[in-house]
Design a protein around this ligand. Structure first.
Ligand SMILES: Cc1ncc(COP(=O)(O)O)c(C=O)c1O
Length: 406
């Protein structure tokens, strides 16, 4: 009897309070979409940055390299920092991009793990890191876990979503340890000018900040000059440049990313030691998949040009529709595969996204999920789907907005 009584009283296992600030809107909104899909509705997914969900496939020469590695018995743990072959290829690629003073290179389970490790190795509770607003939410999630403060600096929509350098300078205080620069940017699609990057490097130099340069989209430049790595402009400034196989190399499920630490050797030494301590404590990144890194960076690049060609056409279509839809305005994306249009409506963007999904089965993510500027309303579009799907989705959005109350 007593046992039955005990069993009926559910004792909830509460999640840690630090999770209160962890949000991942990109996946959260997908729960409602899954429900609609279960009801047999065809949902148009413009929400997730996974090329494999659309008409992009992992290049066969990369798959072959991984299969060969498995057949060759590369199935045990890898060295904690990564296999030599991959490390050499990452270093050579960094050098090709003009990065000098390289102090360490290591392979991780995607850029996500590299970000987690590198932030963990740097910040103490109560310190802060400058993160862009709007931002890719991984950074705030990791900072919340560490008891560190996010310290958001504005990206300026009126100047093509370039970082607002005055705001950035104003936000630096005695507890600021680093600045995150996502270029090309998620969620805005901006590609920063050399002048902006030099100015950020100057601020980092003056204030002793580490630069976290997230360059996962560096090969997906849709207009203009080739991408410039901020580390190449400031060889003396401690910089961690992130990249990986998830986007241009079309293998996000393999979970292979890497980081290149550059800057003055004596300055970064203790930090690099801290990072390697953490790398050892989690044993290793995925092993056989690391053998795709060299063929990715040094083998045929035809698939990258093909990806860029498709994305350029889908970006052009996106801009055409966004420009002609009343109540929407958008900066034209120049890199990656995201647009971040502004909504001129009453109500919240979250409400817009939810109701759009229910009414038109178009799935986008609300701007508040990316920490947009207070008082503004946006949503993020992923323009990976083919042109026919995008056109259907954009027509759905236009019709839906026509019916919006005011
Ligand atoms: C800016 C940015 N950084 C990092 C990641 C995560 O990359 P990975 O798959 O290598 O963990 C993403 C994924 O969308 C991203 O947009």
């Amino acid at each position: 009897m007593a046992l039955a009584h005990e069993a009926s009283r559910v004792r909830e296992i509460l999640a840690a309070a630090r999770l209160e600030h962890v949000r991942y809107a990109i996946r959260d909104i997908a729960v409602l979409a899954e429900q609609l899909a279960r009801e047999g509705k065809e949902v148009l997914p413009l929400n997730i940055g996974d090329p494999l969900k659309f008409d992009f496939r992992t290049p066969p020469h990369l798959i072959e390299a991984v299969v060969k590695a498995m057949r060759d018995g590369k199935d045990g743990y890898a060295p904690s920092g990564g296999v030599d072959e991959a490390l050499e290829a990452v270093r050579a690629e960094a050098e090709r991009k003009g990065i000098r003073n390289i102090q360490s290179v290591f392979v991780t389970q995607g850029v996500s793990e590299a970000v987690d490790l590198c932030l963990t190795a740097l910040v103490n509770p109560g310190e802060n890191i400058l993160t862009p607003c709007p931002e890719y939410p991984l950074y705030s999630a990791v900072l919340a876990k560490l008891g560190a403060e996010p310290n958001a600096y504005a990206l300026d929509e009126a100047s093509g979503w370039e970082p607002d350098l005055d705001d950035l300078a104003r936000k630096i205080n005695s507890r600021t340890r680093a600045v995150v620069v996502i270029n090309p940017n998620n969620p805005t699609g901006a590609v920063y000018s050399r002048k902006t990057l030099e100015a950020i490097a100057g601020l980092a130099r003056r204030h002793g900040l580490v630069i976290f340069a997230d360059e996962i989209y560096d090969k997906l430049i849709l207009d203009g000059e080739p991408h410039v790595s901020i580390a190449a402009l400031a060889p003396d400034v401690p910089t961690v440049t992130f990249n990986g196989l998830s986007k241009a190399y079309l293998a996000p499920g393999w979970r292979v990313g890497w980081a290149v630490v550059s800057g003055d050797a004596a300055a970064v030494k203790p930090y690099v030691e801290g990072i390697h301590k953490l790398l050892r404590s989690r044993l290793s990144a995925n092993h056989p998949e690391q053998y795709a890194v060299r063929p990715a960076l040094e083998g045929p690049q035809d698939h990258v040009s093909e990806v860029v060609r498709k994305l350029r056409s889908r970006r052009d279509l996106t801009v055409k529709y966004l420009n002609r839809t009343p109540r929407l305005s958008s900066v034209a994306p120049r890199g990656a595969f995201y647009a971040f249009p502004r909504l001129d409506i009453s109500g919240t963007d979250e409400e817009f996204v939810r109701r759009l999904l229910i009414a038109k089965h178009v799935l986008v993510v609300h701007g508040s999920g990316f920490g947009q500027a207070p008082g503004t309303r946006h949503f993020r579009i992923v323009f990976l789907p083919d042109e026919a799907t995008l056109a259907r989705a954009y027509n759905g959005i236009a019709e839906f907005l026509k019916g919006w109350e005011q």
